[in-house]
Ligand binder design. Sequence first.
Ligand code: UT7
Length: 317
Amino acid sequence: MSFQIIGTGRAHPEFVLDNEMLSKVVDTNDEWIVTRTGINTRYVSTDETITELSVKAAKKALVKASLTGKDLDLILCSTMKGDYACPSLACLVQRDIGADCPAVDLNAACSGFMYALDQADAYISSGKAETILIIAAEMMTRHLDWTDRATCVLFGDGAGAVVVRKGDGLKSIIITAKGDDQLLVIGNTFCKSPYGRQIDIDPEFRMKGGEVYKFAVTSVLRDVKEVMKTAGVKTKDIKMMIPHQANLRVFQAAKEKLGFTDEQLAVGIDHYGNTSSASIPLMLDELIEAGKIKQGDLIVLTAFGGGLTTGACVMKV
Ligand code: UT7
């Protein structure tokens, strides 16, 4: 297939929020959060903007790729909400890294990074681009209902970036969508128009955790099996599976059913919490930096989330 990853980067806010601190805000405790989710701490923005985190991650990825913004043909930003509805996050990153290529945001919730990889594949395969910067950046803590203990303990903020260039690293990729506004909803706040029909949309964060959990396990198993079959690879050929970091129990269940070992499973939810679409590129950069994933290794990425959306791929790093 079309591309190779040639640089990765990540950024997160400085402030670390632990479970103990959260227990002073809502009726929760460390034991519940750790056993139900695997989360110990998460990064929460105090005064960093999502643009600043994205630019930081992007610059690191460009340095590792030995490129500058001027070398890019396209910037794709996966985010549920940038600092503004307009200009897009991608356009602000383009400005701040000195690029002059087209730039656009896309929103596929927690699967957004997989959707961006799929779009990069299409652009590069068609010859419309050779070098693309992909950023996945989310500031989930801006959208939470901080009185709802069932959701506010789960999420954190962060940005991950990759630079991809024409090559044969990507072996297979799948993305899916199944429209649903019941299981996982983050509302919008709209201005009231004197002419338009007022749509009654709850601006808060709502999630039916148990149902999303079942959807997550089922879709990870389905998607990973499919991309591995298409790529013609077996579990033993894979160095690591990097799942969207939503719940340790989700990906441990999937790991066991797919026959991966503990060493093959990437776990970062303990210190990031759920950072939505940023979770996979955050992990990817961390694991490459730690030497746990090296050039030539085969990896599986798998994501699921609001939409409902899913995505998975097999690639050689
Ligand atoms: O990235 C987007 C995709 N999202 C996901 O993949 C999330 C998938 N779902 C999950 O991760 C889990 O369903 C949760 C972590 C959200 C919830 O875990 P659970 O094991 O499904 O718990 P539950 O919702 O069934 O709640 C069990 C109990 C309830 O009390 P009762 O009714 O049994 O008395 C909740 O009220 O735990 C209670 N509870 C809490 N207790 C302490 C819920 N939140 C908390 C909390 N602290 N923070």
